[in-house]
Design a protein. Structure first.
Ligand SMILES: Cc1cc2nc3c(=O)[nH]c(=O)nc-3n(C[C@H](O)[C@H](O)[C@H](O)COP(=O)(O)O)c2cc1C
Length: 213
């Protein structure tokens, strides 16, 4: 599917058919996630694919039994990886060597990361932001392949971590993404118009569309 068709046709899918999802298609979605950009190219993520009925049931419970978790054949657990993130200073230096960031910017990163000047909250938020870009790559790839997924961030983190058997020193759950073949195509959810959300040059000056709708 062409890129803009994928973007326009993607929906949050909450009802799935019983049709088995081929392993190859899951792999394509994971590969799209892996290619996502991340701050200092840290790539602080892990993608845990859950298909066993017991684990899916435990995740559905952690997710307050939201229907999309109860009936999905596959649930992707999008995890932040603190171990990989510890290599971020090395990744930042690679960007410096490649001339992608200035010496001044690199010095700031070295101070922040090298001297552990980042709070735990800021670090988790930064890792989660990176993971969410990867998650949307995954969701768009799923849509392009005729599959569907849904972001789920309303869940009990401790219960989900226990259901997934996570080592809390290294991994924490950022989101759950039920995945499968859509049972039906949902109506689009409303969006604000471009003139409402896009400003031209100055705050509050609406972007005037030149395209024909
Ligand atoms: C960060 C984030 C968290 C979300 N959490 C949930 C959730 O816990 N459960 C759910 O059913 N949908 C969840 N959604 C899906 C949104 O409700 C959905 O994207 C929105 O209503 C727009 O609909 P659409 O994705 O079909 O365009 C979440 C979406 C995002 C981006």
């Amino acid at each position: 599917m062409e890129f803009f068709d994928v973007v326009k046709r993607r929906r949050s899918i909450r009802e799935f058919s019983d049709k088995e999802v081929p392993r190859r298609l899951i792999e394509e979605c994971l590969d799209a996630a892996r290619l996502a950009p991340s701050g200092t190219n840290a790539q602080p993520w892990r993608f845990l694919v859950v298909q066993s009925p017991e684990r899916r049931a435990a995740l559905a419970e952690a997710g307050f039994n939201q229907p999309c978790l109860r009936n999905a054949p596959v649930i992707l657990a999008l995890l932040g990886d603190l171990g990989v993130d510890r290599k971020r200073l090395r990744r930042a230096k690679e960007l410096g060597d490649a001339g992608a960031i200035s010496g001044d910017a690199l010095a700031i990163l070295e101070d922040k990361y090298g001297n552990a000047n980042e709070t735990k909250t800021a670090r988790s938020a930064r890792i989660a932001a990176d993971c969410m870009i990867a998650g949307e790559h995954y969701a768009l790839a799923a849509a392009a392949l005729g599959l569907g997924a849904c972001w789920v961030m309303l869940f009990d983190r401790e219960k989900a971590a226990a259901a997934l058997g996570l080592d809390a020193k290294n991994n924490f759950p950022v989101a759950l993404m039920p995945t499968g073949y859509p049972l039906r195509e949902p109506h689009p959810r409303p969006r604000y118009g471009l003139a409402e959300v896009a400003w031209d040059e100055m705050p509050g000056r609406p972007w005037e569309a030149v395209r024909e709708e």
